[in-house]
Design a protein around this ligand. Structure first.
Ligand code: ADP
Ligand code: MG
Length: 377
């Protein structure tokens, strides 16, 4: 292994594919993962996103070889991977709990994967040091994991994954045990390594913000089924369902009745004591009077001095100061509130007119909303 091959991006494959991958656990009624088709082109950073229990870890464990498939197959180009043991698949892996050996030095921990692969001792030492340098921990090589902070331990785990010089890195919620500040720092670190090393990454997270900032493509799962895939921009501005919208920070998700439809995808609905003009995201189920789900982002509600063409009357109820902006909960009726973000000097008790452009009022078929969650607001 020369410096040249360590520092150059790998060019050994075109794509990694999961084909119809299904995984059922013994006693569970529904499969944890159902017929997942997923293709990663070399150089992509794909984030598997969804709430707890939707099958993200199962998908990653199937890819890694830590869980057997119930059906389906996994391929790197035309090499079948799902029949190979984990260490033969050539993936670097990083998990939520760093899983470092407490009695081994940082250096030995990073060398571990190389020993497993029977790399000669002299090379092991050099490659481990190089990997530690990548995560800026070379001066800590002789320490025990317990002598490092949580962020440093996670960087050791990343160094261990990179030491085997993998083309593909699998990560399962690698930042979720870190505090907020460290999480953001490590996020940047992961992105830097991804760019510098020319890696291909499959990354599991339930954190919308993390997925948006890291990934080149998002894959949103719901109950073990792929719900939407697209670039962060596509999924963020154009969620395919109320479920995805809820996950993408459309904190205002409410039921409504269709008042009128057309032309095109124009639609008007009755909600919050008014008729609201919006954009239909449904192919069917939007007859007049039909029940629908409406999604609006807090930042798309604009505080206006008076009623405008498309606005909702509300009373500011809770006002939170967030530095650059205020986060406001505004009441529109006995059982209904809206959430908005604004730079206007809103005070609790003020009567507001909340304007919104029809483009940013997304109307979906009525959703059972069962797993619709809003992780970030
Ligand atoms: P996520 O990572 O998105 O939180 P998981 O892949 O861990 O989801 O879990 C998906 C579903 O499979 C859940 O309903 C979970 O309870 C179930 N599950 C996960 N691991 C096991 C297991 N080892 N045995 C039985 N059921 C499991
Ligand atoms: Mg998980």
């Amino acid at each position: 292994m020369t410096t040249a091959t360590m520092s150059k991006p790998s060019v050994g494959f075109e794509k990694l594919s999961m084909r119809g991958v299904t995984r059922s656990y013994a006693k569970a009624a529904a499969p944890a993962l159902s017929h997942l088709d997923l293709e990663l082109a070399r150089g992509e950073f794909v984030a598997l996103l969804g709430p707890s229990g939707c099958g993200k870890s199962t998908a990653l464990a199937c890819m890694a070889g830590l869980q057997p498939l119930t059906s389906g197959s996994i391929w790197r180009d035309d090499v079948r991977l799902d029949t190979l043991p984990p260490e033969k698949r050539g993936f670097g892996m990083v998990f939520q709990n760093y899983a470092l050996f407490p009695h081994m030095s940082v250096q030995k921990n990073v060398e571990f994967g190389l020993s497993m692969r029977r790399v000669p001792k002299a090379q092991r030492h050099e490659r481990a040091l190089r990997a530690l340098k990548m995560v800026q921990l070379e001066e800590h090589a002789g320490k025990l994991p317990s002598q490092l902070s949580g962020g440093q331990q996670q960087r050791v785990a990343i160094a261990r994954a990179l030491a085997i010089d993998p083309e593909i890195v699998l990560m399962d919620e690698p930042l979720s045990n870190l505090d907020a500040a460290l999480r953001i720092e490590m996020r940047t670190e992961i992105k830097r390594l991804y760019q510098e090393r020319g890696l291909t990454v499959l990354y599991v997270t339930h954190d919308q913000e993390e997925a948006l900032s890291l990934a080149t493509r998002l894959v949103v799962l719901r109950k073990g089924v792929l719900e939407q895939t697209g670039t962060p921009q596509e999924v963020y501005t154009n969620p395919a369902s109320a479920y995805v919208a809820g996950f993408m920070g459309y904190r205002n998700l409410f039921p409504a009745k269709v008042e009128n439809t057309g032309p095109g995808d124009d639609i008007s609905v009755v909600a919050h004591g008014t008729v609201l003009h919006g954009t239909s995201r449904a192919a069917s189920g939007t007859a007049n009077g039909a029940a629908v789900s409406v999604a609006i982002r807090p930042e798309d509600l604009v505080v206006a001095g008076q009623s405008t063409g498309n606005s909702i009357k509300a009373m500011a109820e809770v006002v939170e100061y967030h530095g650059r902006e205020l986060s406001v909960q505004a009441r529109t009726g006995p059982d209904t509130v809206l959430h908005l973000k604004t730079n206007e000097p809103v005070v609790a008790g003020a009567v507001l007119h909340l304007g919104v452009v029809p483009d940013r009022v997304l109307v979906y078929p009525a959703d059972d909303g069962e797993e619709t969650v809003q992780p970030h607001v």
